[in-house]
Design a protein around this ligand. Structure first.
Ligand SMILES: [Zn+2]
Length: 178
């Protein structure tokens, strides 16, 4: 009985190590491997280049940090842009890169702001995300590597794609009304 207990303890310990390693690796993927080296730092016109998690921690709210630096997901139906129907651009909360246009926003019923297309070729890039026992496609800011959400192929026409994005990774800039 005691031997069995010890074995279970060892298995559990290995599981914890594996889980921790996976989390660390996935965060590093978000921050490093997905980002071309020459695009990693903020643009030159930015007053200050931000390179470390510690600096992002000071600049962002805890939720914005958890989403964009650690790849976490805000609770469904909790984000501030879910029901925003104003015309304008959704920009990266970290580097101001234009990511999505309100013209491509649609109500997916998922509980997260959803878009059927990125704003430009320079807006987002994607990575394979195998965490949580699922194969998903992670969406990150092409300029600074911030985690934004995931993309699925069950969206509406014309692209058939559904970019499922955390409000916490976005900053909305409304169009001036004429
Ligand atoms: Zn960015």
């Amino acid at each position: 009985m005691q031997l069995y207990y010890l074995e279970m303890k060892t298995i559990f310990f290995h599981y914890v190590i594996l889980f921790t390693t996976t989390l660390t690796v996935s965060c590093q993927n978000n921050r490093y491997t997905s980002i071309p080296n020459n695009n990693y730092t903020m643009s030159k016109d930015s007053s200050k280049e931000i390179n470390s998690n510690e600096e992002w921690k000071k600049k962002l709210t805890p939720e914005q940090y958890a989403i964009t630096c650690e790849g976490s997901t805000e609770a469904p139906f909790s984000g501030k842009y879910l029901n925003n129907h104003d015309q304008g651009k959704y920009k990266c909360i970290r580097c101001d890169n234009p990511l999505f246009d309100s013209d491509t926003k649609f109500d997916s019923g998922s509980g997260w702001p959803s878009f059927y297309n990125p704003d430009k070729d320079s807006s987002v890039s994607t990575n394979t995300d195998s965490s949580l026992g699922m194969e998903r496609t992670e969406v990150v800011c092409k300029k600074c590597g911030a985690h934004l959400g995931h993309v699925f192929n069950d969206g509406p026409k014309p692209t058939g794609m559904r970019y499922c994005i955390n409000s916490g990774s976005l900053n909305f800039e409304g169009k001036e009304k004429k």
